[in-house]
Write a protein that binds this ligand. Sequence first.
Ligand code: C5P
Length: 232
Amino acid sequence: MADERLIVALDFHKMDDVKNLVNSLGNSVIFYKVGMELFYSVGTEVVTWLKSQNKKIFLDLKLHDIPNTVAGGLCSLMNLGADILNVHAAGGFTMMKTAAERLREESAKLGIVKPKLIAITVLTSINQAEWCGALKISEQVVQFAKTAKDAGLDGVVASPQEAALIREACGKDFLIVTPGIRPAGSDINDQSRISTPAAAIQNGANYLVVGRPIRAAENPKLAAEKILAEIK
Ligand code: C5P
């Protein structure tokens, strides 16, 4: 049943909660996302533990600073062994290019597999009413995606609603990771630009990040299995 395309967001602040969820999902889920709530609470322990369970890790720390600082920060994170790292595309072309180059050089020097580096475009919680950019959200997302590709990044994080436009603009090998996934009838919470798992895959997403629809479900394993079935 396991399918790498489902990434479950571990938005907890205690290792006990992480272990309970990961153990209850068992072999059906192999990819997990560690974000700022968890990493700022428990630090590197969670990455070491997930690796000991043979899980893959998207370390979603959304770096956003000047080029040298971001590149240095990513090299430190790469040593932990995460499979995907990310930065904000709003940090600019030079920041993304410097980060991608430094990760390539450092991983080659250390003889380790370079983690995928992807860029956050426009957060899936933002809607057109609160957006204050000059372009429409979808235009800005595509522009960020093209810039990330030109800078040598492997892909982007975007809403499933923009996945098809990104696929068209950036080609078949560019990774598209989509949070904002809500199975039909489930609670939207603070998200805005959402879609169902099936629609996200149909629109070209490679990976679906799902948090509350699984974490807050009465039976998380059943919720994950329903989403996996929809992905298939
Ligand atoms: O609970 P929910 O399914 O909304 O969780 C989505 C996860 O994806 C959260 O951990 C959130 O931080 C993350 N995320 C997002 N939008 C982005 C990037 C990451 O919702 N653009």
